[in-house]
Design a protein around this ligand. Structure first.
Ligand SMILES: Nc1ncnc2c1ncn2[C@@H]1O[C@H](COP(=O)(O)OP(=O)(O)O)[C@@H](O)[C@H]1O
Ligand SMILES: [Mg+2]
Length: 358
């Protein structure tokens, strides 16, 4: 390897890496490892590698094997710590250095990064293909269904009242399927948000009024708003969907005949920051909590309620919270839930609208 290519490649390696000489001393440390071990390359060169790294694996033996077999080796899930920092779980690779007998390259990839990248990618893409498929099906089923409904309505004209019950059933059930299909289509069609500064209380009020006219008619709403809250920066129509879905779930969960209570709290809390993919942070200081006094999430699905098609209700589609979570993540917001019998809290954290240029 020529000098220049090593000098460009080495510092850019995104994995903490160390070159160890044939007498187990540190020879080179890349910048990623400097950060990981919280020490400069200069201070580490020439130091025995065992003095710098606390590794919960027989590292000397591993080096010996790599040298003997002249072949790389992998050790997964070991705790690595440098100096006084807390240990971090890593997957380690040790490879012989070509052209330098006895020298080895040690790569330590923190597990959190590996796992997080892997998992979030697979969840997103599997959800996406499931949604794409469902959307296509939804479209294809709607036409024949319209035919079935029409035929049932025609049939119902010339028959006895008793038989009409059956045709009514066909029509009614078909309507339910159409409603479900429309929900699926809406999910697939969601355009990117068109964001503008909006007072979140206006949105909540609009959603509450609409919910009170239908499924939440028997629910009592209690608003605890912080009137000093600055405007947020969202797509108003999409956030109407968010609040409507949360109110609907709260109303449907309520097992009280006279209707339960939905409490809506808003407040300012600067402590939550979301880490973006590029590593920069975004503050999410506007908090909206939607709290109901129903029985709480069914424990068997509590961990999966934001996944599409997960429902704890007989006639549920499992798309409501998946839509909510998609909209919120498209806005780089955050949603979390804490649920106990008698108190379920969905908390949404949102950014503040950027200042108008003056
Ligand atoms: N406020 C709530 N209280 C209790 N359970 C809830 C609440 N919100 C959601 N759930 C549970 O989460 C499931 C998924 O909700 P959702 O994605 O809206 O789908 P759906 O309402 O169609 O079932 C619901 O079926 C219900 O079991
Ligand atoms: Mg729902």
């Amino acid at each position: 390897m020529s000098a220049t290519s090593f000098e460009t490649l080495w510092p850019s390696l995104p994995v903490p890496s160390i070159i160890v000489s044939d007498d187990d001393k540190i020879c080179e440390v890349n910048s990623s490892a400097e950060g990981f071990l919280n020490a400069s390359a200069k201070s580490m060169r020439g130091v025995p590698v065992m003095d710098k790294l606390a590794i919960d694996a027989p590292l000397e033996e591993a080096f010996e094997r790599v040298r003997r077999d002249d072949a790389p080796m992998f050790i997964n899930n070991v705790d690595v710590s440098g100096g006084n920092a807390a240990p971090v779980q890593c997957n380690i690779q040790i490879a012989p250095l070509s052209g330098k007998p006895g020298w080895v390259l040690l790569l330590m990839e923190p597990r959190q990064i590996a796992d997080r990248l892997g998992r979030s990618h697979s969840v997103k893409s599997s959800a996406r293909s499931a949604i794409g498929m469902a959307e296509m099906l939804a479209h294809e089923i709607k036409n024949p269904l319209a035919g079935i409904t029409g035929a049932a309505q025609l049939l119902s004209m010339g028959i006895s009242a008793e038989d009409q019950e059956l045709t009514d059933l066909i029509v009614e059930e078909s309507r339910r399927i159409v409603a479900l299909l429309e929900q699926v289509e809406q999910f697939g069609n969601l355009r990117p948000p068109s964001r503008r500064p909006i007072n979140v209380h206006d949105l909540i009020d609009r959603a509450r009024k609409s919910a009170q006219l239908s499924y939440a008619a028997s629910m009592k709403f209690v608003e605890e708003f912080d009137p000093s809250l600055p405007p947020t920066f969202v797509d108003g129509d999409q956030f109407m969907q968010v609040f409507l879905n949360l109110f609907k779930n709260a109303a449907e969960a309520s097992d009280k005949k006279e209707g339960g209570v939905i409490r809506i709290r808003t407040f300012y809390d600067l402590s939550l920051r979301l880490r973006r993919k590029d590593g920069s942070g975004a503050a999410l200081p506007l908090q909206v909590e939607i709290i109901d006094d129903g029985p709480g999430l069914p424990p068997e699905i509590a961990g999966d309620i934001f996944e599409p098609f997960v429902s704890g209700r007989e006639n549920g589609t499992g798309l409501g919270l998946a839509l909510v979570s998609k909209i919120i993540s498209d806005h780089e917001g955050w949603i979390s839930v804490e649920s106990n019998p008698g108190k379920t809290v969905f908390r949404i954290s949102l950014p503040v609208a950027p200042k108008e240029p003056s």
